[in-house]
Structures are given as C-alpha cells and as structure tokens.
Design a protein around this ligand. Structure first.
Ligand SMILES: NC(=O)c1ccc[n+]([C@@H]2O[C@H](COP(=O)([O-])OP(=O)(O)OC[C@H]3O[C@@H](n4cnc5c(N)ncnc54)[C@H](OP(=O)(O)O)[C@@H]3O)[C@@H](O)[C@H]2O)c1
Length: 353
C-alpha cells in the first residue's frame, strides 16, 4: 500500500482503486489526469461516500473495465481546466458530481486526490463553506434535481418563489438525497411532509420541512394524510428516497388518500412494493447521472447557476451532518463498509490532506 504522508499526497494522485468486482479498495498512485476540452481537474480535499459505491463494489454493475476508481462526491481546488471551459479557473474552490457511471473512465471517480469533473456538473462553493461541507451533497442534489424537474416535471423556478397549492411528500428525509430534496422542495414553495426517525425531526424542520413523521409509527400513512387535509394542501407529488420494503407502497397510498389529483411519485430505486404499482399515481425512478447525459442543459443550469447562488445565499445548506472517517485515501474502504452497514442522518467524509 502506498504511503499517505502529506508531502507525497500533494505531489501524487493517490487513488483508492477497485481492481475487480468484490475486491477491497487498494491505495495506489495513478497519473494526475488531464481534462478534455469541457472538463476540469480538481485536487480533492474532501470526498464523501455514497451507497452506490459499495453497491458497485459488491455487485459490479455500471463498470465494464477494471481497475477503476469509484466515487461521485469530491470537493477541492481546480488545478487544470480544458480549453472550452469558461466558468472555472485554476484556484477556484469547487464541488462536483463525478463518477465512472456512463463513462467507465476511472479519471472521473472521486476516490482519488485528483479527479476530472465535467464543467456542467461542478459548482463553486462559498468562502464560508469548508471542503468537508462542500463534499456531502453533489450526488444527492443531482438525484433530487432530476427527480423534481424531470420525473415530477416541476417547472424550473423563476426569480421568485411561487407558493404551490400542493403538498410534497419526502419519504426518508434524513438521508442524503432526502435532505437535498427537502431544501429544493421548500425553495420551490411546496409544503413538505417528511418521514424520518424522531431524532432528526427538528433538524429537518430547520431545513424547511413543514411536518415530519416517524416512519416507525404503524399509523404514519393516515397521520400524514390527516395532516395534509388539515393544512389544506393535498399531496400530489412525492419522492421516496428509500424505495425499499413497503416505503413506495406507503408513499403511493399517501398520494392517493390525501386528495391530490394526478399524483406523481418518484423513487430512488426500482419499485419494491408488493404486487403491481397502484393505479392513479404515475411512478418513475430518478437517475442522477442524467444531469450530465440526456438532461445536460438542466444539469448545467442546476450546478452552474442555481446551486452556486443558493449556497451563497444560504437557501441551500450543506446537509446531512458530517461524520469524518479517518485515514485519508486509505480510509475509503472503511467509509464504504460503514455506508453498507447504514448511516442515520450522516454523510461519511474522508479528508485528503
Ligand atoms: N437513482 C439514483 O440515481 C440514485 C442516486 C443516489 C442514491 N440513490 C439511492 O438512494 C438511496 C438513498 O441514498 P442516500 O445516499 O440518500 O442514503 P443514506 O443517506 O445512506 O440513507 C440513510 C437514511 O435512510 C433512512 N432510512 C432507512 N430506512 C428508512 C425507511 N424505511 N423509511 C425512511 N427512512 C429510512 C435513515 O433514516 P433515519 O436515520 O431517520 O431512520 C437514514 O438517515 C440509496 O439506495 C441509494 O443507492 C439512487
């Protein structure tokens, strides 16, 4: 295993490499990558784990060529820019949604010191935001933005927030994707009805949720429906950020029972409910990577304009809370193992000195 002293990591591209499906990540030195015309290279100072990292490691999907580098969330300083890039320059503090999904190119993976990012999936972070704070949300934001603006077909916001006549259900709101979705939906003017464990309720209200319900409560569906009726905001849009066990079925029931017409429910994973999808609710699945593939115009607007401004204005906060995993790049495997065990309202972050 390569050593990870500070001096060496400043000069080398230490990478947590996956040599084959199911193998443990191994720290090796890779060449510092070069950007294509519309790409930048970022020297990461913080990298965050996502569940898809351990899922790819275990199941091997999305990867055709090994060795590879996983990872979608990295935050640091721009060190190189392609000739077509106008938005970013060397020295900018940025965060970005990277990853090998769709490209199979390990230079795009975040679990290394130097990562190539597409300019359209990159956001400048404010001076007041640490690299750790900046690393936690790019993939979650892309996942939620695709869900809201593509799957649920919410029009892109104009200059002011228009009050919506619909409630918005966010199931699993304390997850990374959920905390992003709560803030986006709140900013769009929706009344957010969320589910999470009790311990996260106050935090989610601080992010903009109108009411938060404990999903462990066997009456959670009827309680959310009653609350939406009381508030006079039928819930016709929903985002199930868990999509496991009965969560999608329960989410669909809420949309059907709360009085919303033409309900649309977006999932993060394929439908897992028992039996057929229910009639009366349009159900689809978000795909984060569309932000730089077939929804690139929207992705560019989201990362280069909306998110940068929202972070600066603090209408989007870094969320969820950070849990540091020690060890630098060598800590990547531990971060993936902890992610697989499951987190509660936390993002696992590795610092790269
Ligand atoms: N389709 C895509 O493009 C895409 C993109 C990104 C992620 N994903 C998938 O989306 C899922 C979420 O990712 P993530 O990074 O946001 O996960 P995460 O932050 O690791 O999720 C952890 C959270 O899940 C919550 N949770 C677990 N079971 C729950 C249940 N039955 N009901 C409500 N909440 C529950 C926990 O809530 P409490 O602590 O409050 O109990 C915990 O805070 C993963 O399966 C991931 O692979 C898909």
């Amino acid at each position: 295993m390569a050593s990870t002293t500070q001096t060496e990591t400043q000069l080398q591209n230490l990478a947590a490499v996956l040599e084959s499906q199911g193998a443990k990540l191994k720290t090796v030195v890779r060449n510092i990558p070069k950007p294509s015309p519309d790409e930048i290279v970022v020297r990461n100072y913080a990298i965050a784990a996502n569940p898809v990292d351990w899922k790819i490691q275990d199941y091997g999907f999305a990867i055709k060529t090994y060795p590879t580098v996983l990872g979608s969330d990295g935050c640091g300083i721009v060190t190189d820019v392609g000739p077509s890039v106008t938005k970013f320059k060397k020295g900018d503090r940025v965060t970005g949604f990277g990853g090998v999904i769709g490209t199979d190119n390990p230079d795009h993976g975040s679990w290394q010191t130097y990562t190539v990012l597409r300019d359209i999936a990159t956001t400048k972070i404010p001076d007041f935001m640490s690299f750790e704070q900046g690393s936690v949300f790019p993939m979650a934001m892309a996942t939620s933005a695709m869900a809201l603006f593509t799957n649920l077909r919410i029009p892109l916001p104009k200059s002011s927030i228009a009050p919506q006549n619909s409630g918005f259900l966010i199931w699993g709101a304390s997850s990374s994707v959920g905390t992003a979705a709560v803030q986006l939906a709140r900013n769009l003017g929706f009344k957010v009805f969320a589910t999470a464990s009790q311990t996260h309720h106050q935090y989610l209200k601080s992010l903009g949720a109108f009411e938060v319900f404990d999903y462990h409560d066997s009456d959670v569906v009827s309680k959310i429906v009653a609350s939406a009726k009381m508030a006079g905001t039928p819930i016709s849009l929903g985002f199930d950020c868990v999509s496991e066990g009965t969560t999608s079925q329960q989410s669909a029931e809420i949309l059907l029972d709360s009085g919303g017409k033409g309900g649309k429910l977006c999932l993060v994973l394929p439908w897992s409910g028992q039996g057929e999808k229910p009639d009366g609710v349009e159900i689809s699945q978000t795909e984060a990577y569309r932000a730089f593939v077939n929804q690139a115009e929207m992705g560019k607007w989201f990362f280069n304009e909306y998110l940068e401004k929202a972070l600066q204005e603090k209408s989007i906060l870094s969320a969820p809370e950070i849990q540091i995993v020690e060890g630098g790049i060598d800590g990547a495997q531990k971060a993936l193992d902890l992610s697989k065990k499951g987190v509660s309202g936390k993002k696992l972050v590795v610092k790269v000195e």
